[in-house]
Write a protein that binds this ligand. Structure first.
Ligand code: AMP
Length: 412
């Protein structure tokens, strides 16, 4: 039998409902903040990610699903959502002043060739938020407020916001010289031996050795006066909004484009629930237009996992208003018409299509959590009635055809 590709998942029944419930809560929250949705293609030119995310990042150098189309164009299944969003803004000229600030969100499948494990798939879904236009600490604080708001709304209240600010330009060069000097005394893992040349900041969040670098210098001590002022403003804005944060000098994030504040929200076990930050140069990098930006994203599957670990279910238990059992061919034909009438009245109903025995049809009704069971046999048809059994009160009564809809609605 052909099986699903490694690192992918089938979402079935209750799992889909949980996904949908999470999505609806998020949609309601981003709507309150006046965000609008963007949908970009599942595949893009490989160059978009090479230029937008960075050739040296793991996402681009090791994890992309790339292929050539019939015209020999090199394409990649989307590994992340920020670069495609920026491309779409540029291509659709959404950067004109009247449209700013652009406050966008997306739900999208992402593809990364990673080693599958719990919470890490090769196809996963992200929710992401991106804002473009002003370089505003208030907007950054609002962004983090959206993230915190979502976590609180779904009941994951035990979380910590970790905050850092990346150093830029000349100051970054100075920091990197000192960082490399500091790292000389460590035996770095093979990945970090490459990173130290290509992207030295990333050594700090090495999953193997990260913990060893506790006394590394804080890059915030290298911030330019302007960047320091901005970061101080952001902290004040967060305090004004009642958002607690923990400054974390090791936090650098895995993607190359961040240029200012970065943040992650972790659960009480230290697992990262979401992350993001400011990336003021990416739009210019891809389209020669200065458009400061910031954003965050999280994996929907990871969030569902976090919900499970916290024993939280977002989707209400589903039920039927009525389950119909037809006991003969004629009764089944009548049942079909009855179902139409009930559904037209806005009632959620289903019927036994499997010719089950009376007993197992009742069991099926219980499985569907049916509030009523409607039984139709030839005798009932002759009398123009059906039998309705209310599963809550266990009352059973004969109901005339014309009163069926009313009886089910009243018993709702
Ligand atoms: P990133 O785009 O790498 O900053 O990741 C943002 C979020 O996406 C992470 O915090 C995770 O929740 C989620 N994520 C990243 N990679 C995976 C993966 N392979 N499988 C499932 N979720 C992922």
């Amino acid at each position: 039998m052909i099986q699903k590709p490694r690192g992918t998942e089938d979402l079935i029944e209750a799992e889909v409902k949980e996904f949908f419930a999470l999505e609806m809560i998020i949609r309601n929250i981003v709507d309150l903040y006046n965000f609008s949705e963007i949908r970009t293609p599942i595949f893009e030119s490989v160059d978009l990610f090479k230029r937008g995310v960075g050739q040296e990042t793991d996402v681009v150098s090791k994890e992309m699903y790339t292929f050539f189309d019939k015209k020999n164009r090199e394409l990649a299944l989307r590994p992340e959502g920020t670069a495609p969003t920026v491309r779409a803004i540029l291509e659709n000229k959404l950067y004109i002043n009247e449209k700013l600030p652009l406050k966008l969100f997306y739900f999208a499948s992402m593809f990364r060739y990673e080693r599958p494990q719990s919470g890490r798939q090769r196809q996963f879904n992200q929710f992401g938020v991106e804002v473009f236009g002003p370089k505003s600490s208030e907007l950054d604080a609002e962004l983090m407020c959206v993230a915190v708001n979502i976590l609180n709304a779904i009941g994951i209240e035990n979380h910590t916001v970790h905050l850092n600010c990346l150093v830029n330009d000349e100051q970054r060069k100075k920091y990197i010289i000192d960082l490399k000097e500091y790292l000389k005394s460590f035996d770095l893992c093979s990945d970090c031996q490459t990173r130290i040349e290509t992207n030295p900041l990333r050594v700090l969040d090495c999953k193997v050795d990260g913990d060893k670098f506790v006394d590394v210098k804080d890059m915030k001590d290298y911030l330019s006066d302007e960047d320091k002022q901005y970061y101080d403003d952001l902290k004040k804005d967060l305090e004004n909004l009642g958002i607690d944060y923990k400054e974390d000098k090791m936090l650098v994030r895995g993607l190359d484009y961040y240029t200012g504040f970065v943040f992650e929200i972790k659960d009480d076990k230290g697992s990262t629930l979401l992350g993001g930050g400011r990336y003021d140069k990416l739009v210019n990098e891809l389209g020669n237009i200065d458009l400061p930006a910031a954003g965050f994203a999280f994996g929907m599957e990871r969030m569902i996992l976090a919900l499970k670990n916290n024993n939280i279910s977002l989707s209400p238990q589903s039920s039927l208003d009525a389950y119909v059992i037809g006991l003969s061919k004629k009764a089944k034909q009548f049942a079909n018409i009855l179902l139409l009438m009930l559904r037209n009245a806005g009632l959620k109903v289903d019927v036994d299509f499997m010719d089950r025995s009376f007993k197992s049809a009742f069991k099926q009704a219980d499985k569907y959590n049916a509030k009523n069971i409607i039984i139709i046999g030839d005798n009932e048809l002759k009398e123009n009635v059906v039998v309705i059994k209310n599963q809550e009160t266990k009352n059973e009564k004969k109901v005339k055809f014309e009163d069926i809809v009313k009886t089910i609605i009243e018993g709702k």
